[in-house]
Design a protein around this ligand. Structure first.
Ligand code: MN
Ligand code: MN
Length: 471
């Protein structure tokens, strides 16, 4: 074969070898990258819990003309379906019938955090504290000695909801978990493993230290003072904590990271970075030929169980309602639509940490600034628990991304025997649809200050848009 004539490429290396790209070599419009990330940062700052994400998403989609599916009749182009205030499906109708083709992005909006217990308030050594039970995979030592904010809702017996956020405004007080001083930690902390030196039952939040009166004989006078503040400010009594969803999260805003401002540091990139890029993709895509659905889901960090999680009938409920508006909601049509759909499980993956390279197979890991990461399978020890994607589906995506000049990479979470994890992918694969994990590489994932690259965020948004425009 005459290589010179048949192949326009200059060298054998170019022809045969695959080299990964760096987003900063391929992104042309830095102003646009910065503008997009600024909007992402403002979204993050307004959404520190899954409820706050969904509330903000509803405001955003309504401003773009989307209607609640339950107040709509007939065939509509832009709809949303809220679920228990903690999850949502956002829909754009394409030209083709739903039963023929449907593109889906699914991301999660819950993040690891400290939840208040049901009887949280107590007094000890004349101090008032909150008991917590952590949610999701946290490293407990991250949560001590940092300012924490109080976010959540109290559901009252009369059906009303009281939303309370304390600790995000400059004038607000914050909360914290005091750590032990190094002078006294030799026995009780320093000899223990990282998973044990801060026990879950010691993740107690400092809430106050003023007595309600100077009568030293008064029982629980410090706790009473805090309850009095709750009553006067929010109309809340101790019993109301029994029907509340209260989360303690790192206080403060997302920030640009690095002297060159190339990165964003924040609590909750996992997985709001994919939720935001997926949402923006479905809002911004122009006249899609194939219909598009974006699911933003709760409960992923604790296994997707629960009424607002992905391990429910939610996809069937949504597709059933959409087909009903077209007058064809037979179970067969629902099954066809879901099994024929293509899905990106939009979730983050670990970026190689330069100081901890030993946990990664560097040949198969994801890198910060490597662009969108596709993860063919998750799971642990022999791919257990994973819904590995088909090669044919990966090939379709390669074509789509190459046509749109997307910088992307393949990444495995860590070395084969190192550990592992799961995502929503397998709950979508349950319907027989093609699905693969795709998202932003993150440094310090599941920490209180996760770091992403602005370039990767923008490239993920472009990749999601490319997927939603594909036929
Ligand atoms: Mn995630
Ligand atoms: Mn996670």
């Amino acid at each position: 074969m005459n290589k010179q004539e048949k192949h326009p490429k200059d060298t054998l290396e170019e022809e045969l070898l695959h080299t990964r790209k760096n987003v900063w070599d391929t992104l042309k419009d830095l102003e646009e990258v910065n503008r997009f990330n600024k909007e992402y940062i403002s979204f993050l700052n307004g959404s520190k819990t899954e409820r706050e994400v969904i509330k903000q998403v509803i405001q955003l989609v309504e401003s773009k003309g989307f209607k609640n599916i339950f107040s709509s009749e007939g065939v509509q182009d832009r709809l949303y379906y809220p679920l228990h205030g903690k999850s949502i499906a956002v829909f754009r109708r394409g030209e083709k019938p739903l039963t023929e083709a449907l593109n889906i992005l699914v991301a999660h909006v819950d993040s690891p955090r400290l939840d208040l217990k049901q009887y949280p308030v107590y007094e000890d050594q004349d101090l008032v504290l909150f008991k917590t039970h952590y949610y999701g995979g946290i490293r407990k030592y991250h949560w001590v000695s940092i300012p924490l904010a109080f976010h959540g809702i109290f559901a009252m017996k009369d059906g009303s909801i009281k939303e309370v956020i304390i600790g995000e405004n400059e004038s607000d007080p914050v909360f914290t978990i005091a750590d032990l001083l190094p002078h006294l930690s030799a026995q009780v902390q320093n000899t223990k493993k990282a998973t044990e030196f801060i026990p879950g039952e010691k993740l107690n939040i400092l809430v106050g230290s003023l007595p309600v009166s100077h009568d030293v004989k008064q029982d629980q006078r410090f706790k009473l003072n805090i309850l009095k503040v709750f009553k006067e400010t929010y109309g809340i009594s101790e019993e109301d904590f029994l029907s509340a969803d209260i989360e303690l999260v790192p206080a403060g805003n997302a920030r640009e990271v690095g002297l060159d401002r190339s990165m964003v540091g924040a609590y909750g990139h996992d997985d709001r970075v994919c939720a935001y890029t997926a949402l923006r993709a479905i809002l911004d895509v122009k006249n899609p030929k194939t219909s598009a659905l974006v699911f933003l889901m709760d409960k992923e960090e604790i296994g997707s169980e629960g009424a607002s999680g992905s391990n429910t009938w939610f996809p069937e409920m949504v597709v059933g309602e959409l087909l009903a508006l077209e007058g064809n909601d037979s179970y067969r049509a629902i099954r066809r639509t879901l099994s024929g759909a293509r899905c990106l499980s939009a979730d983050v993956n670990a970026a190689v940490h330069p100081d901890w390279k030993e946990v990664h197979d560097l040949k198969n890991a994801a890198f910060l600034n490597g662009g969108l990461v596709l993860t063919k399978f998750t799971g642990a020890r022999g791919k257990a628990g994973s819904s590995e994607a088909n090669a044919e589906f990966v090939a379709q995506l390669r074509k789509i991304f190459d046509e749109h000049n997307i910088t992307w990479q393949m990444g495995e979470l860590g070395k084969v025997d190192e550990g592992g994890g799961g995502t929503i992918a397998k709950f979508m694969a349950y319907y027989g649809m093609q699905v693969i994990d795709a998202g932003v590489p993150v440094l310090g994932m599941h920490s209180t200050f996760e770091v992403v690259s602005k370039g990767d965020v923008y490239e993920t948004y472009r990749a999601f848009q490319a997927m939603l425009t594909s036929e």
